[in-house]
Design a binder for this molecule. Structure first.
Ligand SMILES: [Zn+2]
Length: 373
């Protein structure tokens, strides 16, 4: 790595666009009458953004490999999966910045993928964002697993102090599948929704409030009209800089989710019944309050397709069906914002029907969580 690279990388790390946005929001909230300096001065150049892209891409590859190598229910898997989701969003953010500056779409240059592994800067950013390096002191004596609902879900603390929602699917019969799609709605949503309807697969879409402008709300209407359910994921994912809900107080979390819930209700004329925390990271206290105050059933997943980790729909489809065959049933996590996920999901729903699987509606999870037969 050249000295020049270090200089560029450190400039980028001093002025990442998302942190400035977050800072701006915070400052604007605290000192609403004070003019916040324009972001312009810190705009990174294309070369440094490309270096950052390569750095993040390299880390994304690392966590993708780590997730595939880890045992599915291990702390290492949760960490790698959450880190990968975070990095995929960061990568797309940097890619958008480069496209804005250059006027052309960007998905990695000739120099991409040469770095190898995770740089100290990216590791530190992930630890900061997802809370992996938070000290244990505040929870000494607490068990690593906090029950939420026996046989349905619990919270496991991994990597020091980060609480992950761990989902069980013992309430599903062999061959039963629940399909979930996160982070939309987006430009691919209608296509996914129509394909799932066609395949008689009532699905659950966990949406972001930030995507619920007029076109987003219209997409929710399409989902509902296609017989699917809409759930709450967050306004952002979950803070403006992509930190999970553990970065907010329970009151702030409830306020944000209540707002998204109201947006969904106004779009589809029906209250959402389900909540999935971004990255699966949420404290037991917040999760219980989201149930009691907002009436939202928590939902994790038991089959993580890692669809963020590839751009190849064929590889994703093959991986997904092998995971489903291995487990025999489960709650499948995909994202209706990625082209590879759209294509793989369309094949998956046909494959499920052809191979004797049944997609069951998400109400099965509400029944299991609420203890109804
Ligand atoms: Zn998400």
């Amino acid at each position: 790595m050249t000295k020049k690279y270090f200089v560029l990388a450190s400039l980028v790390s001093l002025f990442p666009v998302h942190s400035l946005c977050a800072l701006e929001t915070r400052l604007a909230g605290e000192l609403s009458q004070v003019e916040v300096p324009a972001v312009q001065a810190a705009s990174p150049d294309i070369k440094s953004l490309r270096a950052e892209y390569d750095e993040i891409y390299s880390a994304l590859e690392f966590y993708s490999n780590a997730a595939y190598a880890a045992r599915r229910d291990s702390p290492e898997f949760l960490e790698a999966s959450a880190s990968g989701q975070y990095l995929r969003a960061r990568l797309e953010g940097v890619s958008r910045e480069i496209s804005k500056l250059s006027g052309a779409a960007y998905s990695g240059g000739a120099g991409s993928r040469r770095l190898g592994g995770v740089s100290a800067r990216v590791r530190s950013e992930i630890n900061d964002a997802l809370g992996f390096d938070r000290p244990l002191s505040s929870r000494s004596g607490e068990t690593r697993g906090v029950p939420i609902k026996q046989g349905y879900c619990q919270i496991n603390y991994v990597k020091n102090n980060t609480p992950f929602l761990v989902q069980y699917d013992g309430f599903l019969e062999k061959g039963e599948i629940i399909l979930t799609f996160d982070d939309g709605p987006g430009s691919l949503t209608e296509e996914v929704s129509a394909a799932m309807k066609e395949g008689k697969a009532p699905s659950l879409f966990f949406v972001l409030g930030a995507n619920l402008g007029d076109s987003g709300k219209a997409r929710l209407k399409v989902e509902a009209a296609d017989g699917h359910s809409v759930g709450v994921h967050g306004y952002n994912h979950a803070t403006p800089s992509g930190k999970p809900f553990t970065a907010l107080s329970t009151a702030e979390t409830l306020k944000q989710l209540g707002g998204v819930s109201a947006s969904i209700t106004s779009a589809v004329g029906k209250e959402p019944g389900f909540f999935r925390p971004p990255y699966g990271i949420i404290s037991p206290e917040a999760l219980r309050a989201i149930d009691s105050e907002l009436g939202l059933v928590p939902v994790g997943w038991t089959i993580d397709t890692l669809d963020w980790s590839t751009k190849d729909p064929e590889a994703l489809f093959q991986k997904t069906i092998s995971l489903i065959k291995e487990r025999g049933k489960g709650i499948v996590l995909m994202h209706d914002i990625h082209p590879q996920s759209r294509t793989a999901a369309k094949r998956l729903v046909v494959w499920l029907a052809d191979n004797g699987y049944k997609v069951v509606p998400p109400e099965r999870m509400a029944a299991a969580f609420r203890g109804r037969p």
